[in-house]
Structures are given as C-alpha cells and as structure tokens.
Design a binder for this molecule. Structure first.
Ligand SMILES: [Zn+2]
Length: 494
C-alpha cells in the first residue's frame, strides 16, 4: 500500500484562510465532517484510492484530503487511517492558533457507505447477523440478511460500543482508530441518505416495480407510461439539477442524484394513477419522510411524525413485498429520523459533496503511472483547492424553467421579465403570482407542509417583486386545464 499523509493542521488552516475575514473573526470553533471511501481508479486492474476527506462546514463548504492511500483490492489494515486520526486528535485537543485566539475543531460526523463504515469502525458488515450499527437486533437470514424487528429496538450507545457489550457486533481484537477521538462512536456515524435512501431504498423500490414479483410489478405498458411521463418532465427541471429525468429503461445507469430527484419530486407525479394504490401510498410515506428530513425546519418540528411514517414504511413494506424487503438499507430507515434531528437535516451529513470531490480526484489521475504522485502534484497546482460552492444560486432568471419561486405559504410565482437596474443596484421583477394554493395531495399529510401545492393559472395576478422575495426556488409542472403543480426545492445542491 502506498500512502500520502497530509499535514492535517496545515490543511485545515490553509482552507480556513480562504473564507472572508468577517466570517473568520466571529469563529470560535470550526465544525468538520469526514469521509472515508474507496474509489476504483482503473478498469484494467483492481487498484483503488482510499482518501480520508475533510469538509469544513462553513458556507460554502470546503473539501480536501487529509490522506490518500492506494491499495490493491480492499484495504486489509487501517494504518492509513490511524495516522490521520491521531493527527486529528492532536488538532481537536489543542485547537488551531489563529492570531491571538485558538479556534476549536470539532467533528460533526463521519460519513461512509455501509461497507466502509464497518471497515473503519471494526464492526461486522451489514450483511452479518449483528450488522446494524445502531441497534442490537440479530438479523434473520432469508437468502440475504434481513432485520425483522421494527419496534422496541435496543439502541447501541457510545458506552455500549466502547465497552463491547455485544461481542458479535465487533471484530475481535480490533479497535477502531476513531475510538481515540472524543466523539460518539454510534451517532457520529449517521445513516448516509445518498447511499442508503437514494441508491438503496429508492433503487430497490424501482427494481421491485420493474423487475420484481408479478404481484408488485408494473405491466410493460405501465413502465412505458412512467418513462414517457419522466421524459415529459425534462423541460420543467431547473438548471441547478445536475441531471434531467430519463426513462426507466436507463434505470441501471441512474446516478444517486437521479434517485434523489425521483424520491423527492418526480416520483410523486409520474407514479400517480399508474402504480397500484397500496404501493403508491407506501412509496408516498417514504417520499414525504425524505422531503421532511431534508428540510432543517421540518426535521425539528416533525421528527416524531416522520419516524412514524418510516416505521409504517418498513412494516407495510414487509406486508406488500414480503419479509425479504427488510434488508439493511430498508431497516436503517428506522434510524434515519433520529440522525436527521441530531445533525439538523439529511444534507448536513450526506455523502453527496464528498462523492463530487471523489470524482474530481479521479479526474486528476490521467495515466497509470504513480497515481498518487499525479494527484498530489495537481492538487498543489491548485486544481482542487478551489472552494466547493454549496449552491449554484446565481441571479434571478426570467427563463423557464429556472424562474419558479415559492414566495410564502400562500403564494408562488413565475418570473416573467426583469426591469432595468436602478441607480442603487436594485432590480424589480415582473412576476405572475399564483394564489389559492391547494395541497397537491392530502395523503399521508397535507402536502403544503413540505411545499407541494396545486393551483391554477386562473388564480394569478401580475406583480413587481424585488429580489429579496425570490429566495426559495421551486419546480413548476403544467397540467391540463391551466392546473399547475409547484414543488419547493428542498435539498441543497452541494
Ligand atoms: Zn438497527
């Protein structure tokens, strides 16, 4: 194994320096997230890159590596992580000297997919009998590992983890390098919604509907109908989405962002009236729960309701799809609401920004010779020291479909044109404002709660609005007879 260790303190300081002075002056502590994941480098051999990435959770986020290891196949030792973690421990204990003050450093979370999570925590894989890292239930082997208990789960705690109270959960004789840090060894490793909800549960449902058992599969005509509807939505998806919807014939190639788009927004539209009612109602519980856990304000206000929705989703999933539905990713939905509440919202602990950075790192390798040398050289050239922008916000546009906004819970609008800038730099926007917002659906709850509404072009008036009103972007879908559906864009684009 080849490994490059960066100076952890130096890296954090260097990236902090890029923030405006006004931000830094107020800073007493800095909140970081970590990510450990493997990335295959070449198709011709099984070499993979295992970076430990750090994200400074300021706006915009800044992501950079703390170490890079090159391994053939899977890493067998955690030495490459141990060294990084011990440097981090030093930084957490002593803080960062910054002028005449010391900035404390704290870890918000360590985001990994399930296999990497098991590796870095020295615990059994999710496919093992005691593989859930949040509760102590024993799995049930049903062709693959499933977790049948839904209620009265015994949760793991930092203490039970450190005292190894359930021996079968841990790899005997191995201790996670992270246990040297003053973090909670259970809740600091949250469920990652990119892997577990988007690439996990959402993909699983779509595969069940297209390739699963006859009773829960859509007919070929229905699959085609959903694909046609997805294609039709292309023109409604704003440019801050990385991808436009594409049909189910491409499902195997869908990326995580496409599953997210389907789970949060388009699925509600394209499945309605096509997927059988009980399966649609079940999907809606998942979709609405995701919508609410992504929004910081809704998470705090409705966490226990969302947990009920997700419990229903898991229980009812067993009834609809059989016991084999309760695989680890589905089971982990029972732990999702608590994680989102603790960390603020799902976007605060997701792998999406890290995943983008990993792709960026991969692009720095242009040939098979000394990949680590190439990466470090190109990082030093400044290639990746750019600041990761959290949101492609940009200017207010009057061009469809980038001109849609929610104004408040009683009105939404389309920006139609822009007036010339005044001397003081302000601008006004001519908007078609929609009133009389009805819920898009009332099941499982009034959808206005998570910003999904229906209105009609008859309920509009023209108004001049200032930029300050146009903060919350939305998506508008046109239906027949002047009906319009608006979905608030809930997730962050980082
Ligand atoms: Zn569990």
């Amino acid at each position: 194994m080849q490994c490059v260790q960066f100076d952890v303190r130096g890296q954090i300081l260097e990236h902090l320096k890029k923030y405006p002075q006004a931000v830094l002056e107020k800073l007493d502590s800095v909140d970081i997230s970590l990510n450990v994941d493997g990335l295959p480098l070449f198709e011709s051999n099984n070499q993979s890159l295992w970076p430990v990435l750090c994200c400074i959770n300021l706006s915009p986020k800044s992501i950079f590596p703390l170490s890079l290891a090159l391994v053939s196949s899977k890493p067998t030792s955690l030495n490459f992580i141990s060294e990084t973690v011990s440097k981090l421990e030093n930084v957490m204990q002593n803080g960062l000297e910054w002028g005449d003050k010391v900035i404390r450093v704290q870890i918000r979370c360590i985001t990994c997919d399930a296999p990497a999570n098991a590796l870095v925590k020295c615990i059994k894989q999710y496919s093992g009998y005691f593989g859930c890292d949040r509760c102590t239930q024993k799995g049930f082997w049903d062709g693959r590992m499933t977790y049948q208990e839904v209620e009265n789960l015994t949760l793991r705690t930092d203490q039970s983890f450190r005292e190894v109270t359930q021996l079968e959960h841990h790899h005997e004789g191995k201790t996670s390098p992270f246990s040297n840090l003053s973090i909670d060894m259970v809740t600091s490793f949250p469920v990652d919604y990119m892997h577990q909800c988007c690439l996990g549960v959402m993909k699983k449902l779509l595969l069940l509907w297209t390739k699963g058992k006859k009773e829960t599969r859509m007919s070929s005509g229905q699959i085609k109908e959903v694909s046609v509807r997805l294609e039709q939505l292309k023109t409604a998806i704003p440019n801050n989405f990385a991808r436009k919807p594409r049909g189910l014939e491409h499902l195997e190639r869908w990326k995580a962002t496409e599953f997210r788009q389907f789970a949060l927004y388009t699925g509600k539209l394209v499945l309605r009236g096509v997927l059988q009612d009980d399966l649609f109602e079940h999907f809606m519980a998942f979709s609405v729960a995701m919508c609410m856990l992504i929004s910081p304000s809704l998470v705090q206000a409705h966490c226990s309701y969302v947990h009920e929705l997700l419990s229903f989703f898991v229980q009812q999933g067993r009834f609809l799809y059989g016991e084999c539905f309760l695989v680890y990713n589905v089971h982990s939905m029972l732990h999702l609401a608590a994680d989102a509440k603790k960390i603020g919202c799902l976007d605060n602990c997701s792998a999406f920004p890290f995943e983008n950075y990993l792709h960026h790192l991969k692009k720095l390798v242009r040939s098979g010779r000394s990949p680590l040398v190439q990466i470090v050289k190109r990082l030093n050239e400044g290639g990746s020291l750019r600041r990761e922008l959290t949101e492609k916000e940009g200017k207010v546009s009057s061009k469809h479909p980038n001109n849609i906004y929610m104004l408040n819970d009683k009105a939404c609008c389309e920006v139609l044109s822009t007036t010339p800038e005044k001397n003081d730099g302000t601008q006004m926007f001519l908007c078609r404002v929609y009133n009389h917002l009805e819920p898009y659906t009332s099941s499982p709850c009034d959808s206005r709660l998570y910003g999904a509404i229906r209105t009609n072009i008859r309920n509009t008036s023209m108004k001049l609005l200032s930029e300050i009103c146009l903060k919350q972007r939305a998506i508008m879908f046109e239906e027949e007879y002047g009906s319009r559906v608006f979905f608030t864009i809930l997730h962050s684009f980082s």
